[in-house]
Every structure is written in structure tokens, then in C-alpha cells.
Design a protein around this ligand. Structure first.
Ligand SMILES: Cc1cc2nc3c(=O)[nH]c(=O)nc-3n(C[C@H](O)[C@H](O)[C@H](O)COP(=O)(O)OP(=O)(O)OC[C@H]3O[C@@H](n4cnc5c(N)ncnc54)[C@H](O)[C@@H]3O)c2cc1C
Length: 303
């Protein structure tokens, strides 16, 4: 492989934002930990996004799409190849009750625009720190709703770089999963919302945010729920039942406020988080006979 700095220089003319080399992904994930990306590109438009994918294909670089990095644990050795972070590609258009958003648009901004237009139905998502691309691919949600319920259509680039518009019925959504994962890279999403009173929508958003502040350890870097809820259980309750709240490995801690959150007390490494995850899984399996599956995604290599 050519030197990374040479690759970055070659890629640069197609992008407004600087192409970064050996960029610590701790700067780009909500857990604030993890090793470097060989190359990190931040496209600002559909054309720049296309360009990044074409460049990766041309150079045979492993490609990783990152939204807000709020569901990713990057291992300490970092990620080989090209990380494309979509957060700079943001745009929202509203037509009647349909809101169309570029992949990197953040959910809080979407909620704000929706409420300004008197469009409701997304309030359950208030406080999820995600891009719309990441949220739809992951089918992010809460017991009150999930993104897939609001999707009217999705524009993707398939693995060969062809643009496709998928109608709602062409995409399947299940618990923290969608068929978009295999289909390609999400470029833009259309959501169909419901007309409502702007003040009531804002109130529901505020109530949801306050509920999260009360229940979640938002004062520390984290990645939301670490484990999926196994059928018939809440992961947090199982973890609490084995007495794991407050368990620590290095700088990683099972949060006292919410047992399904692992917080970074400031100096955690990915190895700390993974060791703590293994300890919790082992305790829950041996004491309660339930296997906890990861909701977060693990990227990259160890040291
Ligand atoms: C405080 C906090 C609270 C949270 N609360 C919730 C919650 O209530 N419910 C919930 O479901 N989640 C929650 N999460 C987890 C997280 O926000 C969601 O999983 C979210 O969907 C991740 O979005 P993202 O943009 O950060 O994606 P990332 O974490 O950057 O990526 C997640 C996955 O999506 C893929 N991806 C991202 N963008 C694209 C794209 N454009 N095209 C194709 N693939 C893409 C990535 O490759 C990766 O596989 C929470 C996280 C935090 C930190």
C-alpha cells in the first residue's frame, strides 16, 4: 500500500475538508476512546460521498462508514483503511409531511425542524445522539418507537457504487437491525411524519430529554446501551441482578445510574471496556443462564 500521507494527498482534491491520517478515533466516538484510523475523510455533499467510495474502491482500501460514532467501540490498535464520517453531509428539506434528510444530519436537528413545521412522531428519538443514516441502519429506537416506523424511503449507494432509491416496503426493520446493512451506504432518508401542534411536540421532546437525564449517566462518555435486551428481559436488570453496577476495569465502569451503560471515567481503553464486557457476560450467563449479545459494534484491531 502506498504511504498514507501520499494517499491522503491524492484524495484531497475531491474534498473540502482535510483528509486526516492516523486520526485518533477517540476524537470521533462518543465513548472518547479507541485507536487511529489510517485515513479519515469527511464528505460535505452527495458528490463528495460518492467520491470517497469511488476512491476506496479504486485503491482497494477497506471502507468503514461512521455517523456520529455513538454505537461504536474502536479497539486500541485502530482501524485500517478509510473511515468516511458522514456528519458533515447534512441537509433537510420538508415537503408536506415528508422530511428528507442527508445521511449525516443529526437527529436533534431533525427533531427541531420537525417541531418547527408542526410534524410529530419522532419524539421517541429525542436524546439519541445519532446521524439519521446511523439511526436508520441500526433501527435506533426506544420502547416507544423505532426509526423504521417512520421511514418512507431510503437513497443508498450499493456496493458497486450504483445509486438506488428503496421504497419503505423494500427495507425490513427488526430490533436494532435493518436490511440496509447489507444493501449499501445510506445517502439520504425520507421520513413520513404526522401533523401536530408544535408546542405539544416540543413538550414531548423536553419530557423525553429530561427522562434520559434522570436515568442515564450522560455526564460521562458512553455509547448508550452496551447489550441488547434478550427476549423477555431488560439487559440492565440482569446486570444489576448479578451485582455488577459499579464494577470497574481500568477506566471503564458499569454505570451506577444505568447498568446497561459502561462509562469512560476518563482514562479507559477499549481493552478495559472489552474486559468489563466479558466479565459482565460471564456473570449473567453463569448466574442467570442468559447470554447477553452486544448492541454496540466493535471496530478495528487490538494493540
Ligand atoms: C447517550 C446515548 C444514548 C443512546 N440512546 C439510544 C437509544 O435510545 N436507542 C438506540 O437505538 N440507540 C441509542 N444509542 C446508540 C446510538 O446512538 C445508535 O445506535 C445510533 O443509531 C448510532 O448512530 P450513529 O450515527 O452514531 O452511527 P455510528 O455509531 O457511527 O454507526 C453505527 C453503525 O451504522 C453504520 N452507519 C452509520 N452511518 C451509515 C450510513 N450513512 N450508511 C450505512 N451505514 C452507516 C456504521 O457503519 C455502523 O455500522 C445511544 C447512544 C448514546 C451515546
Amino acid at each position: 500500500m502506498p504511504k498514507l500521507s501520499a494517499l491522503a494527498r491524492e484524495m484531497q482534491p475531491g474534498l473540502q475538508e482535510q483528509v486526516l491520517t492516523y486520526e485518533p478515533l477517540s476524537r470521533h466516538t462518543t465513548w472518547r476512546l479507541g485507536g487511529p484510523a489510517d485515513l479519515l475523510a469527511r464528505p460535505r455533499s452527495r458528490e463528495e460521498l460518492d467520491y470517497c467510495l469511488a476512491f476506496a474502491r479504486l485503491k482497494g482500501l477497506p471502507l468503514h462508514i461512521m455517523g456520529n460514532g455513538s454505537n461504536i467501540l474502536v479497539r486500541d490498535g485502530g482501524v485500517r483503511g478509510l473511515v468516511v464520517q458522514t456528519r458533515e453531509w447534512r441537509q433537510i428539506t420538508v415537503q408536506d409531511r415528508v422530511l428528507q434528510a442527508a445521511a449525516g444530519t443529526m437527529l436533534p436537528r431533525l427533531l427541531q425542524v420537525a417541531s418547527e413545521h408542526g410534524l410529530g412522531g419522532l419524539e421517541f428519538a429525542a436524546g439519541i445522539p445519532a446521524t439519521i443514516g446511523g439511526a436508520v441502519v441500526m433501527n435506533a429506537g426506544t420502547p416507544a418507537g423505532y426509526l423504521g416506523e417512520r421511514v418512507a424511503g431510503v437513497e443508498i449507494l450499493d456496493p458497486d457504487g450504483n445509486r438506488k432509491i428503496l421504497a419503505r416496503q423494500e427495507v425490513t426493520f427488526s430490533y436494532r437491525h435493518s436490511s440496509l446493512r447489507q444493501a449499501g451506504i445510506v445517502v439520504a432518508v425520507s421520513l413520513e411524519l404526522e401533523p401536530g401542534d408544535p408546542a405539544s411536540i416540543r413538550e414531548r421532546v423536553a419530557a423525553q430529554l429530561s427522562c434520559r437525564r434522570d436515568r442515564q449517566p450522560l455526564e460521562w462518555p458512553n455509547a448508550g446501551s452496551v447489550f441488547k435486551n434478550p427476549p423477555g428481559y431488560y439487559a440492565g436488570q440482569l446486570i444489576e441482578a448479578v451485582g455488577a453496577k459499579g464494577w470497574r476495569v481500568g477506566g471503564a465502569e458499569v454505570a451506577l445510574k444505568h447498568a446497561n451503560f459502561i462509562i469512560n471515567r476518563g482514562e479507559a481503553t477499549a481493552a478495559d471496556v472489552l474486559a468489563l464486557i466479558a466479565r459482565v457476560q460471564e456473570a449473567v450467563a453463569s448466574q442467570l443462564g442468559v447470554n447477553l449479545e452486544l448492541e454496540i459494534e466493535v471496530w478495528g484491531e487490538g494493540l
